[in-house]
Design a protein around this ligand. Sequence first.
Ligand code: GSH
Length: 511
Amino acid sequence: QIYSQYPPPIPEDLSSQIALYVKNWTAEHGLLVRPSAKQVTADANPNNVLATNAPVSLFPSPFPRKLFEQAQSLQTVYNELLIEVDDFLANLWKIHLEVKAEGYAHEHTLGLFRSDYMLDAATDTVKQVEFNTISSSFGGLSSRVAELHTELLSFPSAEKPLLPSLSPKTEASVKQLPPPNKAVPTLARGLATAHKAYGPSKSDPPLPLCIIFLVQPDERNIFDQLALSTHIHKYHSIPTFRLPTTSVLTSTKIGNTPSRPLIYTPPFAPTQQYEVTTVYFRALYAPSEYTSPSIWAARHHLERSCATKCPSILLHLSGSKKVQQILTSTTPADILASFLPNTSKSTLDSLRSTFSPQFSMSDDDASGLALATDPKTSQNYVLKPQREGGGNNIYKHNIPPFLASIPKDQYKQYILMELIHPPKTAHNTVLRSDGEVVSGEVISELGIFGTALWKTTKAKAGEEGGGEGKRVFPEILHNEEGGYLMRTKASGSDEGGVAAGFSSLDSVVLY
Ligand code: GSH
């Protein structure tokens, strides 16, 4: 209601001036991405020197303060919840099985998480869209957007800004400026905490220690990643190196002491060696990245080393839609409460209020199947495969024909989730990466970042992990909430995601 007039209309010529301000600001402050091959051909970009603005909104988006704070307060509970899941799903994963048979060498596991929510207009609550356990991106760039909006809203002076006031005069309680975004220090502290917890070198003779950022060979989102590595270098004095997935097997090896340290030799300094305390995965979350058997071998190689993985394969798997669906179910048992034995009932209720109803698509749940195959009911659902990175979901009326087109035994690879209905009143203007400025009706998605480090629980060789009754809870060494990501997209688009090209980076004003 407050924001039916949001943002205030701006005159045509001022609008292009603001777009220019934003374009220049992004270059000045590294709010950038590398252009896509579609945007700029290799001929026009020799030596890959070009960068362009990340897609970004010109105004912060309004968000109810109460719900923003609820999402923040739940982050450490979510961090704890996703820390360890039963082995039964992970048993599908060959690498996990193999490394388990050999015995896991890593002592700790690190999670850099982002829990994504949308406002649900009907219930006036925040509902979780998904919980990311691998490559949770845009903490770096999203901090810059909060700074950009703050500066733009008080340009050329706070007393007499160029832009009209954002909030109607009647609503004095509305904060005009976005809250500061702590994503960079929070995520960097997570990595630094894992680095310290690793302890001294396990090589003989001892080696200097480092953190590895495992990256895609042709990463466009490099400036987001550099925001973290630069912060780690500056404020934690820890060496970090970028390692493309294609170089894992040539640039690293496992040392021959029994603890299995991961040794990195920088290709540009072949006489130097480092021992890797922590591998931060900004890659290998999507099946399409596993282009050859050597990439699978690289994943196996990293998993069996004693470096702390962010995430381990088990943690990667616990972010799967299937696990998230199971965590929301209350039959036959209250799964959620069993994983959070020390959490109060009111916090559990608050957590539960963020779940959208979800259904299994396997034979054991007839209700999910019935909802998905009837065109009348499928209208209110999204069908999600076990994929990360966006762009893979099937929506509404497309669900029944899609299901009819695949073999029945593949149904269980999907889960069905009730759609969230965000308010339809918001408008914004966006500067896209190709320089186009577009205005229209938008919907936004809020992500809350959090980090956790815990001791890895190790089932003894030959013993099945998990199982009701004998569940062992890991010792949590660090659990922190901090920083947010607001993303905004045209309200006509079902899919989201900045990396996938659907959304723009944004910030919030709270009311
Ligand atoms: N490789 C890129 C990076 O490291 O930044 C993209 C990684 C990626 O797509 N991460 C997903 C994400 O956070 C989670 S698996 N996407 C947010 C978005 O694209 O809006």
